[in-house]
Design a protein around this ligand. Structure first.
Ligand SMILES: [Fe+2]
Ligand SMILES: [Fe+2]
Length: 192
């Protein structure tokens, strides 16, 4: 297996696990009555599914074979449930995961894609890396406010369906990461 194929599969595993983990974190925050944080986890979960989709496409282009998430990701429900703590520790864990993806994982993967001259792979890593940095900043902001006992509340949140960027206010201009118009953002509304 080529290094880029390995990198893409690692990234798909990481994003898919994060997507499912954040869904559980959203449910936990909801149980704790933390609506804004629950909504943030839901939005970032959606963003990670955008990354999975983009990486799968890049893997198909790279290998010339259809790539399926089920063939790449293996984590049990039990293993996932073991990753859930209280919302404060879930936010800290999420922030650290995003930091690692931004500063270490995608930084290395991006270098490899550039070296190999694989533009499609480079693009998907680059979009994901920039979105992870936004996610990291959002988790950090929400954690600080929770620790001050003033949790951020939200009624809705917006996710770019092209790159996984997350915005707290309704976007009125093109996505700062992928430059697509505001119509490519999905709005998620609080259901409780
Ligand atoms: Fe992320
Ligand atoms: Fe975007």
């Amino acid at each position: 297996m080529s290094i880029l194929e390995e990198n893409l599969k690692d990234a798909i595993r990481g994003e898919s696990n994060a997507r499912r983990k954040y869904q559980l974190y959203a449910e936990r925050a909801k149980k704790e009555g933390l609506k804004g944080i629950s909504l943030l986890f839901e939005a970032v979960s959606r963003a990670e599914s955008v990354h999975v989709k983009n990486h799968l496409k890049a893997l198909s282009v790279l290998t010339g074979r259809e790539a399926l998430v089920e063939d790449i990701v293996q984590i049990t429900e039990e293993e996932l449930n073991n990753l859930v703590g209280d919302t404060r520790s879930n936010l800290a864990n999420a922030m650290e995961g995003e930091r690692h993806e931004f500063k270490v994982m995608y930084k290395t993967f991006l270098k490899n894609a550039k070296k190999e001259g694989q533009n499609v792979v480079e693009l998907t890593f680059n979009l994901a890396r920039q979105a992870e940095n936004i996610h990291r900043k959002l988790f950090s902001r929400f954690l600080t406010r929770l620790e001050k006992n003033k949790p951020i509340d939200l009624g809705e949140i917006h996710v770019c369906t092209i790159c996984g960027n997350v915005e707290l206010s309704k976007p009125t201009s093109n996505c700062p990461i992928c430059d697509h118009s505001p119509k490519f953002f999905d709005t998620i509304r609080a259901s409780f």
